[in-house]
Design a protein around this ligand. Structure first.
Ligand SMILES: *Cc1c(COP(=O)(O)O)cnc(C)c1O
Length: 361
């Protein structure tokens, strides 16, 4: 078996030992003579998986008891609607930062559902930098301040959080959750689709602080209400059981590696290798993102022309380095180096990049 290094942005590479374990357990889970895929979500086996996974999330992120851990369907995209549905109201608007493609989509949905004030929009410089957090003018009566901690397409990451006072921060952490240590108590609600840093597609992690949950609307259809999910320990309806199981295996893997602190250290090392190559050859590689906002998860770069970019991708692919095409909306190249990307994969890519410059394509 020849596994490639997959730099795709998501669904993304998973730790090999997680896949092997899932394969071992696929046909017969815990000696039950059936697969977890075929088992009731109320069975003792799944209950154990569900609670172990939620416990791991708490432990790895250092969440206090005041946070609810929800495992929902619908992707991060459903959260673009659920957050405003639950938290906005006739007298309650929110403040938004638009820092790239994902926050722009979230803003479009929120603006359909309530009053949204944009406190930053990076459109004028094509979303190549982030605002100075101290310069944001946040309305103290806003229901929340919305941030996207890592813009997966543009390759930008917030390194300093705004001080929003009593206004809860709602954060889309889909592409950098558990890749760095963050003070959980600074956030009122965090959500993340699993398929980048936490597992397969199909489950979305939602962390909601008690005081924010208290303020959620009570008149929503059941699935759309955080209250229904929280009241039932995230078993209001059938959860995405297999995705939760795989996420649990990934979280155990993260814990074995040394937890979020270890992931953060690795992300620093891996990203420094790639930005190092890019910055050593400014006449050939160019990262459009302002250095202080560069992402440690999605390294975005351009070559002198699109023909070279195409050849770069083809030749990289032939060497087992795949998924390097930038998002279709921005073009160029993008190396996504989430938690499960081993440092060896990044070193291979760096070696290939050096070689590609030497022979100029
Ligand atoms: C991938 C991604 C999304 C969309 O996730 P889906 O699970 O496809 O809905 C939203 N926000 C960010 C930051 C992402 O990286």
């Amino acid at each position: 078996m020849a596994r490639v290094y997959n730099f795709g942005a998501g669904p993304a590479t998973l730790p090999l030992e997680v896949l092997e374990r899932a394969r071992e357990e696929l046909l017969d889970y815990a000696g039950r003579g059936m697969s977890l895929l075929e088992m009731s979500h109320r069975s003792p086996e799944y209950t154990e998986v569900h609670e172990r996974t939620r416990g791991l999330v708490r432990r790895l992120l250092g969440l206090g008891d005041d946070f609810q851990v929800l495992l929902l369907g619908g992707g991060a995209t459903l959260q673009f609607a659920m957050v405003p549905l639950n938290l906005l109201g006739p007298e309650r608007g929110c403040d938004f930062t638009i820092t790239g493609a994902w926050s722009r989509k979230a803003h479009t949905d929120a603006a359909r559902l309530g009053r949204v004030r944009v406190v930053y929009d990076g459109r004028d410089d094509d979303y190549h930098q982030l605002p100075d957090p101290a310069a944001l003018d946040i309305d103290p009566s806003a229901a929340y301040l919305y941030l996207t901690s890592n813009e997966t397409i543009g390759g930008l990451q917030w390194w300093q959080l705004p001080d929003s006072g009593a206004v809860p921060i709602v954060c889309d952490m889909s592409s950098d959750i558990m890749s760095r240590q963050l003070p959980a108590e600074r956030f009122g609600l965090i959500f993340a689709g699993a398929q980048k840093n936490l597992g397969p597609a199909g489950v979305t992690l939602v962390l909601i602080r008690g005081d924010v949950l208290e303020r959620c609307r009570q008149d929503l259809p059941a699935y759309l209400s955080y209250r229904s999910h929280a009241a039932k320990g995230s078993l209001y309806n059938t959860p995405p059981v297999f995705a939760v199981y795989l996420m649990g295996l990934v979280l155990e893997w993260i814990e074995r590696q040394g937890g979020v602190a270890a992931m953060e250290r690795l992300a620093g090392l891996k990203s420094a290798i790639l930005y190092g190559v890019i910055d050593t050859h400014p006449e050939f590689y160019r990262c459009p993102v302002a250095p202080p906002c560069r992402s440690r998860m999605n390294v975005v770069f351009r070559l002198p022309d699109e023909d070279l970019e195409r050849r770069f991708m083809e030749q990289a692919q032939a060497e087992g380095l795949v998924g390097l095409k930038g998002h279709r909306s921005v073009g160029g190249l993008r190396a996504s180096i989430y938690n499960a990307m081993p440092p060896e994969g990044v070193e291979e890519l760096a070696r290939f990049m050096e070689e590609f410059v030497r022979r100029q394509g």
